[in-house]
Design a protein. Sequence first.
Length: 389
Amino acid sequence: MEFIDLKTQFRRLEPDIRARLDAVLAHGRFIMGPEVAELEEKLAGFCGAAHCVSCASGTDALLMALLAWGIGPGDAVFVPPFTFFATAEAPALLGATPVMVDIEPETFLLDPDALEQAVTAVTRRDASLHPLPAAARNAALRPRLVIPVDLFGQPADYEAILSVAAAHDLLVLEDAAQAFGAEYHGRKTCGLGCHCAATSFFPAKPLGCYGDGGAIFTDDGDLAGVLRSIRVHGKGGGKYDNVRLGLNGRLDTIQAAVLLAKLPLLAEELAARRRVAARYARDLAGIPGLTLPAVRPGRSSVWAQYCIRLDNGRRDQVAASLQERGIPVNIYYPAPLHMLGAFRDLGYAPQDMPRALAASRSVLALPFHPYMEDGDVAAVAGAVREAAA
Ligand SMILES: *Cc1c(COP(=O)(O)O)cnc(C)c1O
């Protein structure tokens, strides 16, 4: 059994992928070839955003948005502590201060009430209202931006987050790296009206290419123009007319070609993912001490990960027992961001983010992909049931 099976999808799409790759090999425009613009148009149409700017990775997507807004030293950027490192790495690389905002325990998603408290705490420089990083206690930071994460494939609570953001004049950058194709009240992620959204096409993500890739979405035409400039070393009118600092942040034509071949199958694969998740929910029901992943009403998940919770210190024992039976499992994430060495200078204590800390000790990701057979789901669920007994 594989944790994520990419080979079955390749077998289904092989002629289309090979034809798309052959076309690139024939025209030879490996950098910003015609497939890149074709993909951007299709992706923007898919999620209902006015503009799509493809780029080299999900990390670059976050970084480019922050660069476009001039985020830097003295800025407070609100992030959940339970996410992939890049969410907080990008603002920190630019000298901004990540301010951690704890998650809702049931969904693992940023808690909008905690966001309100954290923004107020930064504004008043009062850590008694909400735990703050050392930099926000020692100096006045400007609250600039929040990066909600659509963790494991489910959109965060955008209605509440956008309302807190509007009240405090914060920009909202949706980190949809795990959730391209998920829905929130009938609208798709990356098209939810945030100032900007970032996604990733890393191979294991719900829509993945065959290397690194990412994209940024926005309804703001001026911002899209700045992002296109940042993508190519801050170019102006011409290639050697650099008007700002940027990156080499382009998506390879070959990766755009792979994504174009995969895109027509995405809706079917997302439906298959929902079926596998429903099957897991049925087969795992009623195991004492096990909590199934929760999807809020009005939202759908693309199930980038299927993470169960096992409380009271039983997670590691269940994980070991599954691995002994040849069932691959993973832990996303074994440490919340505020406990990582790279963020030691933020000066947080473990219990400052109690819900993220508890999640990191109890989550277990089970094998999951759209081509998983019912029998495999039943076998995994049976093994979890025995190990958890
Ligand atoms: C994968 C991921 C990223 C980074 O994407 P890359 O394409 O790997 O750079 C950012 N945020 C989250 C939440 C992710 O899961």
